[in-house]
Design a protein around this ligand. Structure first.
Ligand code: NIG
Ligand code: FE
Length: 418
């Protein structure tokens, strides 16, 4: 029937943009989910169709307002860096030197350096200056294809500075073309003014800082550092109960330097992720598998702290625990702003396959942020965040060191300028 409605459908383009001549790693399902001679269609900032070109119902110019040539590039989902501490001031190069002379990360922390020295620098920094140094780090992540990034607080450890850090994180997401997910990490370390009184500091976090952060809508999740130099499992449990009363999901730095049973505890709280995990036990793996908690592995921190104990990769894999990979961008354990180098290290140090590593920075990383329904794979209906890579095969993303084959980034359907 020829009516007004069908006339409109035939004369108007159904799609805003159509990318042709692409090879696509959808990252949906296991492996690359590869499509040769593929097309990506975008409408209203969402993916409208991701398929072989042969599945197009009409000629491209009749389907989309703008038709783009992907020039044979491989297209992947936009990279998701699901664990960073990229808002901070100062640096810890001097501690790097001390560690090279034999001091350990824990010794430096116990002597009042480590996280506390970054806390002092971050408290002293003005909000504008903190934004500038953080934006520079974020732009380096974005230059290698990051379209979504998680950013933690945890270098304030008082109400004012935790709010300042999270405000800067939120404004990075408003002023730069990148999606920011925030985690409140007030329980990162005990600040100097609460020396010897972890419980007293935790009271401040639970009774004052966390409610203020939640009220201001500044946190998408709550994180903690469960470790001998951080907080005990019992203290973490107390924090997580408070987080859940406020309706906030939790994630945890767990089993990085020792096994305190943090991952199992986090899983019992339905945690989105447990991160680091070099000392993860069989019980921890079982609890994570049962809860669907993502294992976020951080090869940059493993490398930079010259750790020797590997996370239990084979057992995580065998138990079906999703594995994500992130930079951990922070001044102490991972001064890293190269997500591609992390893909390489995930393979060389942790023996992931390149497809597992890329899934770890797309599909499983999105799940670790609770964004699995909208991000992380190239499937119709999801947000149109994707990257064109100038490579012959997708494994090159994890293979090359120091190359950046990122050719074009599309975020929310729009080409992001460099
Ligand atoms: O993820 N482990 C705790 N937190 C960070 C390091 C923080 C720091 O040393 O400044 C991490 O490794
Ligand atoms: Fe971390």
């Amino acid at each position: 029937m020829w009516n007004r409605h069908s006339f409109k459908a035939m004369s108007d383009h159904a799609w805003d943009d159509l990318w042709l001549n692409a090879r696509i790693a959808t990252m949906a399902g296991d492996g690359w989910g590869a499509i040769e001679d593929g097309v990506v269609a975008v409408a209203g900032g969402r993916l409208a169709q991701v398929s072989p070109r042969a599945d197009l119902p009409r000629p491209p110019a009749a389907l989309a307002r703008r038709v783009h040539d992907a020039r044979g590039c491989w297209i992947t989902p936009g990279l998701v860096d699901c664990h960073t501490h990229l808002v901070y001031a100062g640096n810890r190069a001097r501690e790097f030197e001390l560690r090279l002379e034999g001091a350990t990360y824990e010794e430096i922390a116990r002597a009042g350096g480590g996280i506390r020295s970054t806390v002092a620098a971050t408290r002293a920094a003005g909000e504008a200056a903190l934004f500038e140094v953080s934006a520079r780090r974020l732009q380096r992540l974005m230059a290698e294809g990051v379209t979504t990034v998680e950013i933690k607080s945890g270098y304030g450890l008082d109400l004012e500075t935790e709010i300042k850090m999270l405000t800067v994180a939120r404004s990075l997401g408003e002023r730069l073309p990148v999606t920011v997910s925030t985690s409140f990490l007030g329980a990162h370390a005990v600040p100097v003014e609460f020396d010897g009184d972890a419980e007293g500091y935790l009271d401040l976090v639970i009774d004052t800082v966390l409610p203020a952060v939640a009220e201001a809508g500044l946190a998408d999740a709550v994180d903690a550092f469960c470790e001998g130099i951080g907080f005990s499992a019992a203290q973490t449990d107390r924090l997580f109960q408070a987080a859940r009363r406020l309706g906030l999901p939790v994630r945890l730095h767990a089993e990085q330097l020792s096994d305190l049973g943090g991952a199992g505890l986090a899983a019992r709280h339905g945690a989105l992720s447990a991160d680091h995990l070099e000392w993860l036990s069989a019980e921890g793996i079982a609890a994570m598998a049962a809860a669907g908690t993502v294992a976020v592995l951080l090869p940059g921190a493993f490398y930079f702290l010259r750790e020797t104990r590997l996370p239990p990769i084979a057992d995580l894999r065998a138990s079906g625990v999703p594995i994500a990979i992130a930079t951990d961008c922070n001044p102490g354990s991972a001064p890293v702003t190269s997500p591609l180098l992390m893909l390489n290290m995930a393979c060389t140090l942790f023996r992931l396959t390149p497809a597992e590593a890329v899934a770890g920075m797309t599909r499983h990383a999105a799940a670790a942020l609770g964004l699995g329904a909208s991000h992380g794979t190239l499937e119709a209906g999801k947000v149109a965040d994707f990257v064109l890579w100038d490579v012959e095969e997708p494994a090159e993303l994890a293979y090359a060191i120091g190359a950046n084959p990122c050719a074009t980034v599309v975020r929310g359907g729009k080409v992001r300028s460099a």
